[in-house]
Design a protein around this ligand. Structure first.
Ligand code: NAD
Length: 296
């Protein structure tokens, strides 16, 4: 098996790369952080001196980076990885980035004779560790087919969403639903508190009625009804409010450029901005309920 290069060994990338190592792949990893490299090396990964060295002998390159500008800077242009890799190498970008940059990078990949897939994930650090992520992939069918065996190791649900950028489109549409629905569920609990309606009673009724949704039944923002939800551990993330705000901003950027009307998405983005700017950013995104209550 040809080596796999993995660039970006942060909170998500590290456990994803370690799952590839566990499955028997020779993984050449690189990150700017020496601490991240150390954890990866201790798990049996091969530490590369730099990103170019990581991709030289690889036929598949996975990237898991913070944002679009990092992906574009690393992959494209003179000295970029498209110029360094062997022709026909498959690039899988699992970062969450803006649709426009994803499509631009895919075009640059094609011009350089590379295969490219945008494949952002949902499932968080827990899903990355357990190998149960959901991958939403955009790109040509041959790139998807070539990537599928690797994605199957790191994830449980792998969906081909269409052409280049459609993985990112699916990710921001899904997370816009999530951000809006978490605010809606939180507002309902805050109103119930004011009206003297018990959390558990509202949960028992709405979880089997038309208010049912993931934000209520899996990720309930009050402690008690769903013991595994972050509300039961003082809103330790989970999925941080900062990450939710990032995805809502990406959705708003895409709504503006495409002309889609997303008024609730805009409101959700503004509410998460306020929550994050007041210090809520590193906590779980379901902690927005505390902000809606007016808690300090
Ligand atoms: P992170 O900040 O922990 O990791 C990013 C890593 O990229 C860092 O270790 C950083 O040093 C490295 N990096 C940046 N530029 C680099 C470069 N040029 N070369 C090599 N390494 C470089 O972030 P994360 O939580 O792992 O998230 C990664 C991506 O996954 C983001 O796009 C995020 O939106 C997305 N995501 C995160 C979660 C989550 O729960 N954390 C869930 C879904 C999607």
């Amino acid at each position: 098996m040809a080596p796999v290069a993995f660039i970006g060994l942060g909170n998500m990338g590290n456990p994803m790369a370690r799952n590839l190592v566990k499955a028997g792949h020779d993984v050449r990893g690189f990150d700017l952080s020496p601490d991240a490299l150390k954890v990866f090396g201790e798990a049996g990964g091969t530490i590369a001196d730099n990103a170019t060295a990581a991709v030289e002998s690889a036929r598949i390159v996975v990237t898991m980076l913070p944002a679009g500008q990092h992906v574009k800077a690393l992959l494209t242009g003179v000295g970029g990885l498209f110029a360094a890799a062997q022709a026909g190498t498959l690039f899988i970008d699992c970062s969450t980035i803006d649709v426009e940059t994803a499509r631009e990078v895919a075009e640059a990949a094609s011009d350089a004779g590379m295969l490219m897939l945008d494949a952002p994930v949902s499932g968080g650090v827990g899903g990355a560790e357990a190998g149960t992520l959901t991958f939403m992939a955009g790109g040509p069918a041959d790139a998807f087919a070539a990537a599928k065996p690797l994605l199957d190791i790191m994830g449980k649900t792998i969906v081909h969403a269409g052409g280049a950028g459609n993985g990112q489109a699916a990710k921001i549409c899904n997370n816009m639903i999530l951000g809006v629905s978490m605010i809606a569920v939180s507002e309902a609990f805050v109103l119930a508190e004011k009206l003297g309606l018990d959390h558990q009673k509202l949960f028992d009724i709405s979880s089997t009625a038309s208010g049912q949704c993931w934000s209520l039944t899996t990720y309930c923002p009050v402690p008690g009804p769903v013991p595994a939800s972050p509300a039961n551990r003082d809103y330790a993330a989970g999925f941080t409010a900062d990450m939710m705000w990032k995805d809502l901003k990406l959705a708003q950027d895409a709504a503006r450029t495409s002309g889609a009307a997303t008024p609730l998405g805009a409101e959700a983005s503004a509410l998460y901005a306020l929550f994050c700017n007041r210090g809520g950013g590193p906590t779980d995104f379901s902690g927005i309920i505390r902000f809606l209550r007016g808690e300090a």
